[in-house]
Design a protein around this ligand. Sequence first.
Ligand SMILES: [Fe+2]
Length: 513
Amino acid sequence: MLKENMKNEKEEKILFVDDEESILDIASEYFQHKGYQVFTAKNGLEAVKILGDKNIDCCFTDINMPEMDGLELAEHIRKTDNTIPVIIMTGYPSLDNTIRTLKNGVVDFLIKPVNLNQMEVCLKRVLRERQLFVENIILKKEMEGKEQLERLNRELLYKVEELNILNKIMSDFTITSSSSDVFKRLVDITIKIIHADEARFYIINKAVKRPFEVTAAISIPNKANKRSADTDKAVEKLIIETVSDEVPLLISENKGARGLPKDILSFMAVPLAIREKVFGVLTACIKKSDIRFTEKDLYYLSFMTNKAAYVIENLALYENIYENLFSTLYAFVKAIEARDPYTQQHSNRVTDIAIVIGKEMGCTSEELDILNFAGHLHDIGKIGIRDAILLKPSSYTEEEYNIIKEHPIIGASIVGQLGLLDSEKQIIKCHHEGFDGTGYPNGLKKEEIPLLARILSVADVYDAISSDRAYRKKMEKNKVIKLIKEGRGTQFDPDVVDTFLKLYDDGVIEKII
Ligand SMILES: [Fe+2]
C-alpha cells in the first residue's frame, strides 16, 4: 500500500481530475511553474490509470464527472494506497457528499471556484501530513522490528548462557574418575552455577531408606551455617517425599507450607536415578541472599543429576570391565607361573614389595592401584615365550636372552590392546629398563623411566635373586642386598634403593617374603 520512495517537494506528483478542461489547464500551468510534476485526467477512470502507472503523491478531484465520479475515485484510492491524500473540489457540497467523502479518507474539501493560492496552501499541508504519516508508519515498523530484534537478542543471550552452563556441567563431569568424585562435583557445581548457599547429596534408595548425607558444599562455611535438628528433620522429610513422588521439588519462596523452617528461604530437591531407579537426592538451599530458585534452576539441577547418573553408570561399567580384564589377565600370569614352579607367587611378592616401597615414597592411591595392576601382570609377556627357553635349567644363549628380552614389549601390547590402561602398559614395558640406560627394551635413562617402573624393577630383581630358579639356587640375603646396593644409581634409581634398604632394615621386606 505504501509508495516506496518519498520525493522532495519539487519532484512531487500531483494528479488533477476534473471534467472542466479549463480548470485542468490553469492548475497544470500554475503547479508546474511551482516545480511539481502535474498529471491530469478528465474523469475517475482516466485517473485510476494514471494512479496505476505513476507514483502520485496527491490527488485533487471534482465530484461530478462522467464514467467514474470523484467519490468512487476516492474510494478506489483509499483501497489501493491510503497514504495518498485526496482533496475534493466541488461547487455545491451536500451533507451527504461530505459524509461520504470523509468516509473515503478525503483529507480536505475545497469549494469551487477554487483559488490557486488556497490550493497550494492545502497541497503543502496535506503533503506535509502525508510525509509525517508515512514516516510514522516507517517508524512504527522500525520500532516493531527493533523490539523483535531485542527480544531475539535476549532469547539468544539466554540460550548462549544456558548452553555455556550446560557445557560447563558437561565438562566438569567428564573429568571425574570415581563415584564419590561425582557426588562432590555435583554439590560444588550447584554452589557455583545455581548460586545456592548450600548443596548436599544424600544416598537414599531401596537399600538405604533414610537419607544418608555423603557430601556437602557450603558457599561461606561458618558456624552459623550449621543446621538445626529441626531443619535436618524437615529436609529429610522432603527428601523422602521427593523420592516417593519421583519428581524434582522446587520451593521458590519458603512460606513454611511444607514444614520447612524459615531459615531456608528457597529450596530444591532433585532425585538422581540410575537406570530409572532412584539412587540419591541432590538438595540446594538459599539461606541468605536475595536470589530465589526458579524453574530454570530446577532444570539445571535436573540436567546435572542426569549427567552425574550417566557418569556413575559409565564408571560402574568401566570398573567392571577393568576388574574383569584384570582377573582374565591375572589368570594368564598364574598359568605362566604354574609352568615354572620356581616363579610361583613371584608376581604376588613383587607386587607386595613394590607397593610398600611406593607407599613409603608417597605414591598416591591411584599410583598404588597402577602398581598393583602392573606388578601382578609385569611378566605377562612371557606368555609368548616358548617353554623350552623359559624353563631352561641352564643359562641362556645370547639368542635366547634376546627372545626373553622381548617380554616387556609383548606384555605391554597385550595390556595396551585394550586401550584402557596406558599407565599400566608403560610400567610393564619399562620394568627392565636400567637407571643408567643399560636396560631393555629401549635403553631409557633416569626420569625417562616412569617412577613406578623404577620401583617395580628393584622389587622384581630382589625377589628373583632371593628365590630359587630353574638354573640356579637362591642367593643368600646379604649377597642379595650387596647386589642391590651395587646397582644403586646404575641399574636402579638411588632413591628407590634407599627406600628399599630402609624398609629392609626395618624388617618390612622380610615379612613379605
Ligand atoms: Fe620381567
